[in-house]
Design a protein around this ligand. Structure first.
Ligand code: PMP
Length: 414
């Protein structure tokens, strides 16, 4: 089967691609086929222009100046918080801490929520399929407190074994963590079910939403978790943007993580008092232009609508998976029943890195490596995989070009 035989849908991917200047690039003399979206997405013109306009017309620091520019910059920055709160259906804008990304968000929870509560013998539960950002911060605070980190197992198909995750929710567990969508396998985890089990046992749940937010509508209240961390640069927004959503009761109880300007009520050498959340957790000058860009990124998602995005991405995923199965010796790692458009794979007799390097010469950008998921690589007994991660601006023809390039480079390595 090739793309020309499949039915076109009403998703106008040609028009959409015109909004992303970088997609018109050539690489090594070939049209770019960008399949590294789980690493970072490309940015639409609207995001690039929003940042440009901010610097050209509105640049000032936030929350510090009464002058016009200061008010404009503050309104834009705080406007992104409002928009993000609606985007993930937070109960209140004050439940959203703007961070530099998921890594800062999980570390904030580690040091501000977990560390003060952990004692020797306590446990933090995570899973085998997590990104290091949802493992290492827990190990760091566990080492300081005498707690341990446990990992729930997954099946060979790359699905979380939910019953075992739930069995591991014993009274020693002070925080449970899970990814919404795996960055390596594409697996979508049953977060609602996990959250329900956690609630029943009074255990707070942190969800890593980095790979979910770019692909599906997220409703933190419906999910029923306590913390939801995500990153902006995988969802069309600039690098250095992200957020932590947390239930207000947790944010009220958490001490600040970073100290400095903008997070205080009053500073005295005898005692300093802190601002209310979210500002208590936002010391220093934030990535103002980045969050202006993020606002445009949210508008862009909403102009397309997740229903259309999901329909197209699932079509791309099914088509690419089917075409990859045509390649002899190719093994897909991650065959969960519900997946976002991420395909990890190996080819017999060829190193993932060699394949990725040769694919680059064909204009195809994929990632090879451990994808910041060492424990998952250890589970599959491999040092690395190749990963093609798709976005709504990819086309069926690009899937054909990708498979043709793979067939070519595979022959070169024989
Ligand atoms: N979690 C997952 C599932 C990810 O895919 C990533 C990024 N690869 C992260 C966390 C870390 O995100 P960031 O580097 O933006 O902090």
């Amino acid at each position: 089967m090739t793309a020309t035989t499949s039915t076109p849908t009403d998703f106008d991917v040609r028009r959409i691609r015109a909004d992303f200047p970088l997609l018109a690039r050539r690489v090594h003399g070939k049209p770019l086929v960008y399949l590294d979206n789980a690493n970072t997405s490309q940015k639409p013109l609207a995001v690039i222009e929003a940042m440009n306009t901010h610097y050209r017309e509105h640049n000032a620091n936030v929350s510090r100046a009464v002058h016009q520019l200061g008010e404009e910059a503050t309104a834009a920055y705080e406007g992104t918080r409002d928009k993000l709160a609606r985007f993930i259906n937070a109960d209140s804008r004050d439940e959203l801490i703007l961070t530099s990304g998921t890594t800062q968000s999980t570390n904030l929870v580690a040091y501000s929520y977990a560390l003060p509560r952990l004692q020797a013998g306590d446990t933090i539960l995570t899973s085998v399929m997590e990104h290091h950002a949802n493992i290492v911060p827990w190990q760091l605070v566990a080492a300081r407190s005498g707690a341990t980190v446990k990992a729930a197992p997954i099946s060979e198909r790359g699905e979380l074994i939910v019953e075992q995750y739930i069995d591991l929710l014993t009274p020693e567990v002070k925080l449970a963590c899970v990814t919404h969508v795996s960055n390596v396998l594409g697996t979508v985890n049953p977060v609602r079910e996990i959250a329900k089990a956690c609630r029943k046992r009074g255990i707070p749940l942190l969800v890593d939403g980095s790979q979910a937010v770019p692909h599906r509508p997220v409703d933190v209240q419906a999910l029923g978790c306590d913390f939801y961390a995500f990153t902006g640069h995988k969802m069309l927004a600039p690098t250095g943007t992200g957020a932590l959503w947390a239930k207000a009761e947790h944010l009220e109880a958490m001490p600040p993580f970073f100290g400095g300007g903008e997070m205080i009520r009053e500073v005295r050498f005898s005692a300093t008092t802190f601002a209310a959340p979210p500002h208590k957790f936002e010391a220093g000058t934030p990535n103002i232009a980045g969050f202006v860009g993020m606002s445009a990124a949210i508008d862009y998602y909403q102009s397309l609508g997740f229903e259309a995005i999901q329909a197209w991405e699932q079509q791309l995923l099914a088509y690419a998976t089917e075409r990859l199965h045509e390649i002899p010796g190719l093994r897909i790692i991650g065959e969960a029943a519900e997946k976002e458009p991420v395909i990890s794979f190996l080819i017999d007799g060829a190193q993932a890195t060699d394949l990725a390097t040769l694919l680059d010469l064909e204009g195809v950008a994929v990632r090879s490596g451990h994808h910041c998921a060492h424990p998952l690589m250890q589970f599959y007994g491999v040092p690395a995989t190749l990963r093609a991660s798709l976005a709504f601006y990819n086309t069926l023809e690009e899937m054909d070009a990708f498979v043709a390039a793979l067939l070519k480079v595979r022959r070169l390595l024989r």
